[in-house]
Design a protein around this ligand. Structure first.
Ligand code: G
Ligand code: G
Ligand code: MN
Ligand code: NA
Length: 262
């Protein structure tokens, strides 16, 4: 595959860049942070989304250095947002969410790399959230969970991404060092119809109440309309992300969005 063989040189040449999508507090509409989403500006094919190259990078192992670059670059960006905000938001720094692939989880350097990046940038661990998919943690043994536990003990938030799409045993959640459930977009989509399917509403309500009883916050993705946002707020979800608020965009966009309600 042509793209696969081009990946290492693309990383060396700096062809990857990151877009940021805001995370918004459903209660007051304020921007609380952003998810980092990597893209590849390919010299022939133009901008390629992660679906086009993350699986290839995982297959070849390039995801480890690529993921480390994404982490460093987006934490550095979070630091810059913090500086540009000044005193007004010192009590509420913007948080940065970074996706971790399963290969990064099993890579022995994960904890040390993360600690070094936080130290180098001066970003507090509790400003960082690492997103791991539900499927990556299904059946995870202690060896796989150990680095996540270490990070969680340091104060890094771990979010369970795409929650609700796998077949995880809900009781299993207690065993995982996660503090945030990221409800999959498919739940939000079912709120699109009005009136929403009452069974779907019950399911979301149940997930939120279970999450809160386990001290987990709930983030919803794929919010495209104000009606969805309102429905999800009423159901008790904490944070939202989606085109209704903003599409993924360059870092300057987040600064503008966050300043509007600062
Ligand atoms: O960018 P887009 O909105 O198309 O995201 C598609 C998928 O790619 C999402 O599921 C997201 O989790 C994943 N993704 C985006 N950036 C990264 C990254 O830096 N690392 C990993 N492992 N996955 C990512
Ligand atoms: O990590 P994750 O797979 O959840 O990454 C988010 C993905 O969802 C990205 O591909 C992003 O572009 C996409 N996305 C973000 N907001 C919306 C939205 O409101 N609607 C839809 N359909 N997709 C979204
Ligand atoms: Mn994600
Ligand atoms: Na997701």
């Amino acid at each position: 595959h042509g793209l696969t063989t081009a990946l290492p040189a693309a990383l060396d040449r700096g062809e990857f860049f990151i877009e940021y999508q805001p995370l918004v507090h459903l209660g007051d509409g304020s921007v609380r942070g952003a998810e980092a989403l990597v893209r590849w500006l390919h010299p022939q094919h133009g901008v390629l989304g992660p679906d086009r190259f993350i699986p290839l990078a995982e297959h070849t192992g390039l995801i480890v250095p690529l993921g480390r670059w994404v982490l460093e670059e987006s934490v550095r960006q979070a630091r810059e947002w913090g500086e540009r905000y000044g005193d007004g938001t010192a009590d509420r720094p913007l948080r940065i969410n970074v996706n971790l692939s399963p290969c990064q989880l099993s890579h022995p350097g994960l904890v040390q790399d993360t600690v070094e990046i936080l130290e180098r940038t001066g970003v507090q661990p509790d400003s960082l959230c690492l997103e791991v998919t539900e499927s990556a943690l299904i059946g995870a043994d202690n060896d796989l969970l150990k680095p996540l536990r270490r990070l969680a003990e340091m104060g890094v938030d771990i979010a369970l991404d795409d929650f609700g799409t796998g077949y995880s045993n809900l009781a299993n959640l207690r065993r995982l060092p996660v503090s945030i459930l990221k409800l999959d977009r498919s739940f939000t989509q079912s709120m699109q119809r009005f009136p929403a399917d009452p069974v779907d509403l019950k399911i979301v309500e149940g997930i939120v109440s279970l999450a809160h009883s386990l001290d987990l916050a709930v983030t919803v993705e794929g919010v495209e309309t104000g009606a969805q946002a309102e429905q999800l707020r009423i159901l008790g979800c904490d944070t939202a992300q989606g085109w209704y608020y903003a599409r993924p965009g360059p870092p300057e966009r987040l600064h503008e969005l966050a300043l509007v309600d600062a």
